[in-house]
Design a protein around this ligand. Structure first.
Ligand SMILES: [Zn+2]
Ligand SMILES: [Zn+2]
Length: 406
């Protein structure tokens, strides 16, 4: 595939203009976008229960003229909105903008997915407005409403069901603690572990019991020691989801939920997860318990940011007056990583409040506060400008695909 001569130079000149164009188109939508973000923030819904959010977002898309499919891949709160220019065909560039809108258990929108939804919606509206107004460029725009990002990898069944078929590029933004064009993430496997022993009166007949909580305690201690021998970018963290019923009963059941992460997917699956599993088996043997280990959610894979799209996103961030960092802090995991292994994709982070970590009450407050509007507007402008650039210049898609394949 041929790449136009010096396309990067041309785009460097174009991106600030595209950002400005997107911001002008966004201006009339900002009141609605801020209201959408506030509405979702006021109605936090955890994985696969995002009925209010899905209803609001699909209503906004339909109002704007998108063809909306409610429910996808058996997920009631998933949706797909489509809009194309009149002369678009199956060969026309197709860009998917991902929306997330689930909250975290107990602490609401502490990952700011209400902002992701509003920014993605804004990008779609701005792109549609601009391409409708100017004519010329052909486009297929897909808005993917992907539920259950927190802990359930909702994008995985959507990918398996074909949501990325015909899609050339995929994108979303995420609020965070710093500005990053090419954010990365860790692959992650979730393990649900159940130890089964035998109950007994803890004072009268402790010798007759088999203590499942002892097995869980030993397993956590073994993992604590194992961490010394794991690669630096590995993370193993756990909670006790069942620690017994009462102090005077030897616990018959104990359960852990454990996340195992690493940058290197192959090392995670081939080496680290088996070693963590061995900690559970060893603890079971030592205590005489039975152990059952299950993976109840699909694995998250590390983001593979596309260099071509990252370059455009970086220019957009600079045009927005932000200072993107090249060596971001260690990140968590996202199912957008799974998307990025199928098609060229980006997942830029935009600072909500400097040094304020997602998954905290402070971040949840900020996601519903005054700081949200700037991230919605900048995030939507970044995505819209990148999409406009790619719809207008086929060499961008060609180059993104070439760097994806390489
Ligand atoms: Zn999160
Ligand atoms: Zn998130």
């Amino acid at each position: 595939m041929t790449i136009a001569a010096q396309p990067a130079d041309l785009r460097e000149a174009d991106m600030p203009a595209f950002v400005e164009e997107a911001r002008r188109a966004l201006a009339e939508h900002m009141p609605v976008l801020s209201d959408v973000a506030a509405d979702l923030h006021a109605h936090p819904e955890i994985r696969f229960t995002e009925f209010h959010a899905a209803q609001r977002l699909t209503a906004e898309l339909e109002r704007a003229g998108f063809d909306v499919q409610r429910g996808y891949a058996g997920l009631e709160t998933a949706f797909v909105g489509r809009w194309s220019t009149p002369d678009a065909t199956a060969q026309t560039t197709t860009i998917a903008v991902f929306l997330e809108y689930d909250a975290l258990e107990g602490i609401g929108h502490a990952c700011g997915h209400n902002i992701i939804a509003a920014a993605g919606l804004g990008a779609a509206l701005a792109v549609k407005d601009r391409l409708t107004a100017e004519g010329g460029a052909r486009a297929n725009l897909v808005v993917v409403g992907s539920p259950g990002e927190e802990g359930a990898a909702g994008k995985v069944p959507m990918i398996e069901h074909g949501v990325l078929e015909g899609v050339d590029l995929a994108m979303m933004i995420h609020p965070g603690a710093e500005d990053v064009a090419g954010s990365t993430s860790l692959s992650r496997v979730a393990l649900d572990v159940e130890f089964t022993g035998r109950a007994s009166h803890a004072a009268a007949h402790p010798e007759r019991g088999i203590n499942a909580l002892d097995a869980a305690t030993l397993a956590l201690s073994a993992i604590g020691l194992l961490r010394q021998q794991l690669p630096d970018d590995s993370r193993v963290h756990a909670i006790v989801t069942d620690g017994g019923q009462a102090p005077n009963i030897i616990p018959e059941h104990a359960a852990l939920r454990v996340f195992v992460r690493s940058q290197d997917r192959d090392e995670l699956l081939g080496s680290i997860v088996p070693r963590v599993r061995a900690c559970f088996e060893g603890a079971a043997i030592a205590t005489g318990c039975q152990v059952l280990v299950e993976e109840r959610t699909p694995a998250y894979f590390s983001l593979r940011p596309n260099p071509t799209l990252v370059g455009l996103a970086e220019q957009a961030l600079v045009a927005l007056g932000r200072e993107p960092v090249r060596a971001p802090e260690m990140a968590g995991s996202t199912d957008m990583g799974n998307v990025s292994l199928v098609v060229p994709a980006i997942h830029p982070m935009l600072t909500l409040v400097p040094d304020c970590s997602p998954h905290t009450c402070e971040f949840a407050d900020a996601a519903g506060g005054d700081a949200a509007a700037a991230v919605i507007e900048h995030g939507a402008a970044l995505l819209a400008a990148t999409a406009l650039a790619a719809f207008r210049d086929d060499t961008i898609v060609a180059e993104a695909k070439a760097t994806f394949a390489g």
